[in-house]
Design a protein around this ligand. Structure first.
Ligand code: TLP
Length: 349
């Protein structure tokens, strides 16, 4: 049975064009900066987001970590959302490895942090306080329904941070989804921030890798940190070759995934035991929960869906995340919706 895997866009396999490009990539030692394919990818990436330079890193987690360690010294403080990926899902790396203190602000349902909260979180110079050094935003915001932060908001938050001497890092793991949803160029969307990480291995289908982008000096310092973290790769052009295809061929089609998420949401709305998050889907993620009176839990229903060949993300006792991507077509979505309806009936019989 073909599996319909909606757990994440990280499950995407490389396209045939990527496998072909990987097989024939021109290679060298990237620690010596001699891999022409990595150099090309870094050039394309920097250009796409309008920054001076880019660094190829093995993962989004390492991109965010290297960025935060490059912006902050030990004991400095980073302001971020309580639902941000860096706070929730990066194994506490910024404090474990960098001694960076986190100041979590309440994420609004649209993924933003209130400007007033940011303002109040910035600490005055005082020997008792850690130094407020960095603001981190996330776009699209994973745990906030995949919502895209607007350009206007990004500008306002960045201006506020800059006025008080803080830098701004954007976890733009899915920045091309945000750009597609808002119908702006990624480079416009990230123009207000000092650094940005984006991922090749999510909706862009590449097997591995993310890019950290910023000024030339910042990327030089992040390059050293990447080495310290063990992320200096050698013939990484085999991976970069797939990334280049992701940026050129897959990024321009992300809107299709968003349309498919709308289609899936419509289907799920017809199932009486389910309730969809307000406003979902914003991009390629559908967040849906079991209604309070349904005597089931998400794990049990997910197991049942698996019997129907459908895999979904369980993100709470009664809540699911379903992510559309390149390998999910309309037929797969029909199957997923049918599995929900039938699975529910089987369990409630
Ligand atoms: N997100 C994964 C899981 O870790 C939750 C997913 O399935 O969505 N920033 C954001 C906003 C992300 O969503 C992710 C991955 C990362 C960073 C980290 O990327 P990787 O997995 O490459 O380290």
């Amino acid at each position: 049975m073909d599996i319909v895997d909606l757990r994440s866009d990280t499950v995407t396999l490389p396209t045939p064009a990527m496998r072909e490009a990987m097989a024939h990539a021109e290679l060298g030692d990237d620690v010596y900066r001699e891999d022409p394919t990595v150099n090309r990818l870094e050039g394309i990436a920097a250009d796409l987001v309008g920054k001076e330079a880019a660094l190829f890193v093995p993962s989004g987690t390492m991109g965010n970590l290297a960025a935060i360690l490059a912006h902050c010294q030990r004991g400095d403080e980073v302001i971020l959302g309580h639902l941000s990926h860096t706070f929730l899902y990066e194994a506490g790396g910024i404090s474990a490895l960098g001694g960076v203190h986190s100041h979590q602000l309440y994420n609004q349902p649209d993924g933003s942090l209130l400007l007033e909260d940011i303002h109040n979180a910035i600490r005055p110079q005082d020997i008792h306080h850690p130094s407020s050094r960095l603001l981190c935003l996330e776009n699209t915001h994973n745990r906030c329904g995949g919502a895209a932060l607007s350009l206007e908001y990004t500008r306002q938050a960045s201006e506020l941070a800059h006025t008080h001497g803080l830098s701004v890092h954007l976890d733009g793991a899915r920045i091309f989804n945000a750009a597609a949803a808002l119908e702006v160029e990624a480079r416009e969307l990230v123009a207000p921030v000092d650094s940005v990480t984006f991922c090749l291995s999510k909706g862009l289908c590449a097997p591995v890798g993310s890019l950290l982008c910023g000024t030339g000096a910042f990327i030089e310092s992040a390059r050293r940190i990447r080495k310290q973290l063990g992320g200096g790769m050698r013939q990484a052009g085999v991976l970069a070759a797939a990334g280049i295809i992701g940026l050129k061929e897959i990024a321009p089609r992300l809107k299709e995934d968003h349309q498919r998420a709308q289609f899936l949401a419509q289907k799920l709305r017809l199932i009486p035991q389910l309730v969809l998050d307000e406003g979902t889907p914003h991009t390629n993620m559908v967040y849906v929960a079991l209604r309070p009176d349904v005597p089931l839990d998400a794990d049990r229903l997910a197991q049942e869906l698996r019997q129907h060949g459908v895999m979904v993300g369980v993100v709470g006792a009664r809540r699911f995340r379903l992510v559309t991507h390149y390998w999910i077509d309309d037929v797969a979505l029909e199957r997923a919706a049918q599995a929900f309806a039938e699975g529910m009936n089987n369990l409630l019989e």
